[in-house]
Design a protein around this ligand. Structure first.
Ligand code: ADP
Ligand code: MG
Length: 697
């Protein structure tokens, strides 16, 4: 039996395509009835009571009813609607930043309204920012209200309704044999109903208690789906074949020659990992290896050596990077090492990127097809349908987390007829062990745990935004020593246009402050590729001294003379991202520094998570420690927040807290796959649907 597919979201008129609501639902992965049923509330709200202002304290999430006694639009410090509400016991201010005319009308003087939000003490008295507003006097609900995680274009009540009807329709027969259920766990339908529709007697604390049997059931379901799917992937891979790359390593081999032209000796870690990869390549089982190493640990040379082994065995190697800048910058070095050696052999490196002229691309594609291009480097253009390899045997993906699953799968489809290519994925964002065990059970992991010698640690400093002058002085000091500087502009959510404007202004400002002798360049993702490359080239050559940029420089860019990085609004960046950015300096022998400019909010503080991120950055430069802290800060989460944590796929379970359930799932999965393959498949489809490919890739 198969779950009924897509047909459930509100139908749109024929020929008009999906409605905005349907599109939003799809974005959330809500297609089938079962998807809705399994889409659990992120939290609950208590709308059952109205309280009197005198009985509340700052910080309370309160629902209040009262009369609007004042309502005005002000423009300082920014456009906002300021409403004063009197509930008979006291007054409070309501502030709305993005408001519609209809809302303004709803909140006219004299209107009786019911509002909900967090009370805060403020300069003007107590206030609520952006409260939700209803008209007063409507019936109060009896039970707690579920709140679902949603996105723009999908209002909470609409989503709630969709979930309700999805749950009603979903086929929820049990897939886990009764005798195998973990201790105490509830039936699936009971658990889902309990969590979607709390009855009036159920308290907030009960719903938030993740050891409740209802939550236990969902965690168990989810972990089992994950374990089953990984086991399937592992068994499938065991039956696949890859070309065996066991060329003899003579002194005249490409591998040996590359070793001899390298301007440095390999670190112990590079040598060890190189051998791990070499061993994999001689097998007929496709390699599926993740090479993780902190920024600057020297992954590129390891990749180049692997490529050389592949070419020595008479096969082709593909190397992909997520952006053109990275592909060109980062692999320039690699080409300079390998290209001359390949030419001697009548072979060459081919470049493939999206922005290439058709004629050039056709020439490159022809070289790939004939096998003359032993090494193919580029962006995802490398796996475009038109590119055919003669005998691809090794695919290397840099910064693998930036590539989509579909792209990785496409790469696999390019191998020698009937075979899979060996796959080497590289990442500067190490995966903490607990996550690796659960998400990447089908992946071997090699780690570069040693930096090349001669690096001086990067000093990281926190500086409040109003002390910019000190930062300028630092920049000038570096420039005076002939060094170069990065200035990274903040992320402005959802608006590339604003990012660009902001970055442009910053560039102009800096150019102004630093004076005519200093050349300040600008790099932004919206610029045409050729322009980006030109800017990057002049920064690399030293013609530009300061590079103002949005996060396009996040990965891989390598300019050893840059010794200072300033990150503006550092509190808005994620921890791993900050670490990646910081890794752009400290690449040469000069002492390097990273300044994290942060802007405290009105209360003079930054949020708790932001503070933890900034603190971690100052305290450690070790990528593994950063990753561990990042996991700690972001989750995989207490339950109700789990879906918003950075962890992919696991929505309910928490690998650190649910170790027992994970053991249960790990133990059950192989037995279930052997004894009840149909149930197992059904369980995986139900939970992962089309997403199961994530785990296989
Ligand atoms: P990442 O792991 O971040 O991709 P790269 O491969 O870009 O790091 O290497 C960072 C820098 O270190 C490069 O300039 C590279 O040439 C240099 N490098 C790599 N390995 C060594 C080594 N064993 N000794 C000295 N320098 C090295
Ligand atoms: Mg790199």
């Amino acid at each position: 039996m198969v779950e009924s597919p897509a047909a459930r979201a509100p139908a749109s008129p024929p020929g008009s395509g999906p409605s905005p609501v349907q599109r939003a639902l799809r974005k959330l992965g809500l297609l089938r009835d079962i998807d809705f049923a399994l889409y659990l509330p992120m939290r609950y709200e208590d709308e059952t009571r109205v309280v009197r202002l005198v009985d509340t304290r700052d910080g309370d999430l309160a629902q209040i009813e009262g009369v609007v006694v004042a309502s005005e639009v002000t423009y300082r410090p920014r456009r906002q609607l300021l409403v004063t509400l009197d509930d008979g016991s006291d007054t409070c201010i309501l502030r709305f930043f993005n408001f519609y005319p209809s809302q303004q009308k709803q909140l006219e003087v004299g209107a009786k309204v019911r509002v909900r939000g967090e009370l805060k003490g403020g300069f003007l008295g107590r206030q609520i920012m952006q409260p939700s507003v209803k008209s007063a006097g409507t019936e109060l609900p009896q039970a707690l209200t579920p709140v679902y995680s949603t996105i723009a274009g999908l209002a909470q009540p609409v989503l709630r309704r969709e979930v309700r009807s999805g749950l009603a329709r979903a086929v929820l027969d049990e897939t886990i044999p009764q005798q195998n259920l973990p201790h105490r766990a509830w039936g699936l339908r009971d658990a889902l109903t309990f969590l979607h529709y709390p009855t009036p007697d159920v308290a907030m604390a009960t719903l938030e208690d993740h050891s409740h049997p209802a939550w236990q059931r969902l965690k168990a379901e989810e972990l089992l789906a994950q374990q089953l799917s990984q086991l399937q992937a592992r068994r499938e891979r065991a039956s696949q074949r890859a070309p065996m790359l066991d060329a003899v390593r003579t002194p005249t081999s490409l591998h040996a020659q590359l070793m001899s032209v390298l301007p440095f000796a390999l670190t112990g870690a590079q040598a060890r990992v190189g051998e791990e990869i070499a061993r994999d390549l001689t097998r007929s089982l496709p390699m599926h290896r993740l090479l993780q190493g902190d920024v600057g640990s020297g992954k590129t040379v390891v990749a180049a050596l692997a490529a050389a082994l592949c070419i020595d065995a008479g096969h082709q190697c593909a190397l992909m990077a997520p952006t053109e800048i990275l592909a060109s910058q980062h692999f320039g070095k690699l080409v300079s090492w390998l290209d001359p050696l390949l030419l001697e052999r009548g072979l060459r490196v081919a470049w493939l990127t999206g922005s290439q002229k058709k004629k050039e691309r056709d020439t490159m594609a022809a070289a790939v097809e004939s096998g003359e291009a032993a090494l193919v480097i580029g962006t995802h253009a490398v796996i475009s349908e038109k590119v055919r390899f003669k005998h691809l045997a090794l695919a290397i993906i840099d910064e693998q987390h930036r590539f989509g699953v579909a792209q990785r799968l496409a790469l696999r489809g390019k191998a020698v007829e009937g075979m899979e290519p060996h796959l080497l994925m590289m990442s500067a964002t190490p995966i903490p062990r607990t996550l690796a065990m659960s998400y990447y059970a089908d992946l071997d992991v090699s780690t570069l745990d040693e930096l090349p010698p001669g690096r001086t640690p990067i000093v990281t400093k926190l500086v409040a935004d109003h002390r910019r002058d000190e930062v300028i002085a630092r920049i000038q000091a570096q420039l005076a020593q002939g060094r170069q500087v990065y200035w990274v502009c903040p992320l402005i959510e959802e608006s590339e246009a604003m990012d660009l404007r902001n970055a442009t202004e910053t560039r102009d400002e800096l150019a102004d402050t630093l004076g005519a002798d200093v050349s300040v360049g600008l790099l932004h993702s919206r610029m045409p590729t050729a322009e980006k490359q030109a800017v990057m080239a002049s920064f690399t050559e030293g013609a530009l001294q300061v590079l103002v940029s949005t996060t396009v420089i996040e990965v891989g860019v390598d300019v050893p003379n840059a010794s200072l990085m300033v990150i503006e609004h550092a509190e808005r960046f994620g921890l791993s991202q900050l670490h990646q950015l910081r890794g752009r300096v400290g690449r040469g022998t000069a002492a390097s520094a990273c300044v994290l400019l942060y802007a405290p909010n009105e209360g003079g503080r930054v949020g708790e998570a932001a503070r933890a991120r900034l603190k971690a950055m100052v305290e450690t430069g070790d990528g593994f420690e950063i990753a561990r802290r990042d996991l700690e800060i972001r989750g995989p989460g207490e339950f109700l927040g789990a879906r918003q944590s950075g962890a992919p796929l696991l929505r309910f379970a928490d690998l650190t807290q649910d170790a027992l359930l994970l053991d249960w799932a790990r133990e059950l999965a192989p037995r279930m796959l052997d004894r009840h393959p149909d149930l197992a498949q059904r369980h995986v489809d139900r939970w992962l649907g089309s997403k199961s490919e994530y785990l296989k890739a």
